[in-house]
Design a binder for this molecule. Structure first.
Ligand code: AMP
Length: 187
């Protein structure tokens, strides 16, 4: 199973990906998590990325693609993957197509978890209390949503054109959303 999960910040992508990872026994690859690990490890890349991430902006395409390429080369990804947080713009969508074609592992499904932007702000406020992420403050969240709408939303169209896009409603309980995703994948 090679799956790309799409959705606004706070749409529940990460939560759903963690459940799907257990269900299909394939890695959950989150570029946000990879970047946060580099920040925590205080690598040169991590220190540079932190400044950009704290403002809610996008880290450079080349840096994120490089990290992703390394991660996809690990053994566990041979069985498939759930991609969360990549691609974030059309350039990355093209880069990803090229990379996955090169390794003979094209994406099979792209699933958009559709949510109402106002609900997203509320959900992220809750996550800010639980996880203390520096980019979960209300001003940064609003900027991240703007970036999503301007740069990431067009990626949905990219996958529509590739005829692998499905859309599920992100409202309701975690279980309800999971069932919607599974019914798409098991169709
Ligand atoms: P996320 O955990 O997916 O919400 O990502 C947190 C932050 O990491 C984003 O706001 C960006 O600053 C950065 N980031 C994650 N994925 C990407 C990506 N594919 N391209 C550029 N920046 C990214």
């Amino acid at each position: 199973m090679r799956l790309v999960l799409l959705g606004a910040p706070g749409s529940g992508k990460g939560t759903q990906a963690k459940i799907l990872k257990q269900e299909f026994n394939i890695p959950h690859i989150s570029t946000g998590d990879l970047l946060r690990a580099a920040v925590a490890a205080k690598t040169e890349l991590g220190l540079a990325a932190k400044v950009v991430m704290d403002k809610g902006q996008l880290v450079s395409d080349e840096i994120v693609l490089g990290m992703l390429k390394e991660r996809l080369a690990q053994d566990d990804a041979a069985a498939g993957f759930i991609l969360d947080g990549f691609p974030r713009n059309l350039v990355q969508a093209d880069m990803l197509d090229t990379l996955l074609n090169e390794i003979n592992m094209p994406a099979e499904h792209a699933i958009l978890i559709a949510v109402d932007p106002e609900e997203v702000v509320g959900r992220i406020a809750k996550r800010a209390l639980e996880e203390g992420r520096a980019d979960d403050t209300e001003t940064v969240v609003r900027d991240r949503i703007k970036i999503y709408e301007n740069q990431t939303a067009p990626v949905v169209e990219h996958y529509k054109q590739h005829e692998i896009l499905s859309e599920v409603l992100g409202q309701g309980s975690v279980d309800q959303v999971q069932h919607r995703i599974l019914s798409v994948l098991r169709f």
